[in-house]
Design a protein around this ligand. Structure first.
Ligand code: MG
Length: 236
C-alpha cells in the first residue's frame, strides 16, 4: 500500500507543477495516466463503477467525480484532483485541491481549512479510538471555521480493493462505530463546502456540484493505523 500511495502522491506532485491557467483537465488526466503506467501501476478509478477516466477533476463548485474535459482552467479557479492507483493488488487513494494562478483569500482559506480538517481527522485515527472520532474531529473543525461538510459522500476502508468497509463519514458524534486497531487502512477525505452542505449530481450522472453553486474543496490521504502515530501512506 505504501507503493500505491507513493504513486498517487507522485501524480499529484507532478500535476501541481503544471496546473496553470490555460491547461485543460483532459491534459491533466493524460499526464496522470502516463505517470501511473510508467511506475508499473494501474489507474484504479478507470472502469471503477464505470468511471471512464484516471482522475476526477472537479472545478470550483464541483465537489467530486468531475470528468476531465477540454475545459481550460482559468486564473482564480480551484481544482480538486482525486486519483487512485493499484500496484501488486494494493490500492492508494489521494486527493488535493489546487489553486489555479492567483486565487482569492477567501478560496485560499477554504483550501487551508479543508486540508487542516483532514489533518485533524488523521490525528485521532489511533488504535483504541472509535471510527466516528475521526468523523467528529473533521466536522467540528470545519463547522468551527464557518464552512460545511458534505454528507452524501464519505471516506472508506481501502486495501486490496479501492472501497472497503467501513465507511468513514466526515460528520457525526464521537465514540461510535468500530474500535480502531493497528493494521486498519482508511481513506479519510473531507469534502468541504463554503456554503451549505447540500449537493446534487449533474446529468452526466457523475459530477457532484454544490446545490448553491458555492465552491467546494477536497483533500484525502490513505492512512494506516498503528500502535502509535497514524502513518500517511500517500506520500512521495
Ligand atoms: Mg476515496
Amino acid at each position: 500500500m505504501r507503493e500505491a500511495g507513493k504513486v498517487v502522491a507522485g501524480v499529484l506532485n507532478e500535476l501541481a507543477e503544471v496546473i496553470k491557467p490555460g491547461i485543460t483537465t483532459a491534459e491533466l488526466d493524460r499526464m496522470a495516466e502516463e505517470y501511473i503506467l510508467s511506475k508499473g501501476a494501474k489507474p484504479a478509478f478507470k472502469g471503477l463503477y464505470g468511471f471512464p477516466y484516471t482522475i476526477c477533476a472537479s472545478v470550483n463548485e464541483q465537489v467530486v467525480h468531475g470528468f476531465p474535459s477540454l475545459r481550460k482552467l482559468e486564473n482564480g479557479d480551484i481544482i480538486s484532483i482525486d486519483v487512485g492507483a493499484e500496484i501488486n493488488g494494493y490500492f492508494g487513494d489521494h486527493a488535493r485541491t489546487f489553486a489555479v494562478g492567483d486565487i482569492s483569500d477567501e478560496l485560499q482559506r477554504l483550501l487551508d481549512v479543508t486540508s487542516a480538517a483532514l489533518a485533524e481527522g488523521i490525528s485521532v485515527a489511533r488504535s483504541g479510538n472509535r471510527l466516528s472520532d475521526i468523523s467528529h474531529a473533521v466536522q467540528d473543525y470545519v463547522e468551527k471555521s464557518g464552512y460545511s461538510v458534505v454528507k452524501d459522500y464519505v471516506g472508506h476502508g481501502i486495501g486490496t480493493k479501492m472501497h472497503e468497509e467501513p465507511q468513514v463519514p466526515n460528520f457525526g458524534r464521537p465514540g461510535r462505530g468500530p474500535r480502531l486497531k493497528a493494521g486498519m487502512t482508511l481513506a479519510i477525505e473531507p469534502m468541504v463546502n463554503m456554503g451549505s452542505y447540500h449537493v446534487q449530481t449533474l446529468l452526466d450522472k457523475w459530477t457532484v456540484v454544490t446545490s448553491d453553486g458555492q465552491p467546494s474543496a477536497h483533500f484525502e490521504h490513505t492512512i494506516a493505523i498503528t500502535d502509535s502515530e497514524p502513518v500517511i501512506l500517500t506520500l512521495p
